[in-house]
Design a protein around this ligand. Structure first.
Ligand SMILES: Cc1cc2nc3c(=O)[nH]c(=O)nc-3n(C[C@H](O)[C@H](O)[C@H](O)COP(=O)(O)O)c2cc1C
Length: 309
């Protein structure tokens, strides 16, 4: 089974991906957070995130979000010009600001819009597309109305995160609904959602033996060694994990300290990783990291936390 790194805005950006790949690897594909075309332009931050010169990961797949072919075209042009051959289409994002524009999971109740996007997929046959989607926005059978046209569109795979858009990340994933989708989808299927441990990955692999792969989001942010654990069939020990996280963090620190101005910018970029990273770290160590007010105090707290882990 393939192991993919999920797109997470604000987290799995180029620096994280490059450094994760150098230190941990064992990931078959890294997906970028979604690129969007808005107010007649693509944000320069999003452009930088996919530019080849900023990326050392070879198996990188840009993700786009769009409600119409007109919104798709400029994104595809950028991606094609950067030499990518694969593109993922976001039909799963639950951020209300995006969903209101019928982007992400907000497109799922609108088969006419999905049809427009899929027609554009067919027109761009030099690119290999995939879709990342939820069961629906409001109802868990919304995907039924889309299945026939999805099956009729050339795609490398469909990634299913079996929740509704309105549920965001709260309710448990709906494995029964996933099973129904898995049986109806004629494309290779990738499972995404709440895989936190090696055991979780092995459980879905056993339950769904035809899966092309799994996509890991928050689980990989929490334990960046999950891909290695799947490849070796063995959980890493606390000290092995801490050592690799230290190496990854040091490399991220080097890049960020150079790029970001002063304590505030640096801390606002790096601290959020600790909301996910090593959740079983001592509470007081985690608190010290999240409360640090200067880079020096932050680095001291990180070193303490990793030494005690
Ligand atoms: C902060 C955050 C940002 C996200 N950004 C994206 C995104 O840009 N594109 C996307 O398809 N999904 C995005 N997601 C959804 C994840 O890719 C993934 O589908 C979701 O977190 C469930 O998988 P997990 O339980 O393994 O994390 C985001 C999720 C979170 C929590």
């Amino acid at each position: 089974m393939k192991i993919y790194s999920a797109p997470l805005q604000g987290f799995t950006e180029a620096v994280w991906r490059n450094v994760h790949n150098q230190v941990f690897g064992s990931i078959d594909g890294y997906y970028t957070p979604f690129l969007r075309y808005e107010h007649g332009e693509i944000r320069s931050k999003d452009i930088r995130d996919v530019e080849r010169k900023n990326n050392t990961v070879e198996n990188l797949v840009p993700q786009i979000i769009a409600a119409t072919p007109d919104e798709m075209r400029p994104l595809l042009e950028l991606i094609r010009n950067e030499g990518y051959k694969c593109v993922d289409i976001n039909m799963g994002c639950s951020f209300p600001l995006q969903a209101r524009k019928k982007h992400g999971a907000g497109i799922l109740p609108h088969p006419d819009l999905v049809a427009g996007i899929l027609d554009e997929v067919k027109r761009n046959d030099d690119i290999l597309f995939s879709i990342k989607m939820r069961l629906g926005w409001q109802e868990k059978n919304e995907w039924h109305a889309l299945m026939e046209m999805i099956n009729a569109t050339p795609l490398s795979h469909v990634t299913m995160h079996p929740r509704l858009g309105i549920e965001q990340y709260k309710k448990p994933v709906d494995i029964d609904a996933f099973a129904e989708f898995y049986n109806a989808c004629q494309h290779p299927v990738v499972y995404n959602g709440d895989l936190l441990t090696l055991h979780d990955i092995q459980r879905v692999e056993n339950e769904f033996p035809k899966l092309k792969g799994v996509m890991l989001g928050r689980g990989l942010l929490a334990n960046p060694a999950l891909g290695i654990e799947y490849a070796t069939g063995k959980e890493t020990t606390g000290s092995e994990r801490a050592e690799m996280v230290r190496e990854m963090h040091d490399k991220m620190h080097d890049v960020m300290a150079q790029r970001l101005q002063g304590n505030t910018q640096y801390l606002s970029k790096l601290k959020p990783y600790w909301e996910y990273l090593l959740p079983d770290m001592l509470k007081r160590d985690k608190k010290a990291i999240l409360k640090a007010t200067t880079i020096d105090k932050y680095m001291h707290a990180v070193n303490e936390g990793l030494a005690n882990y």
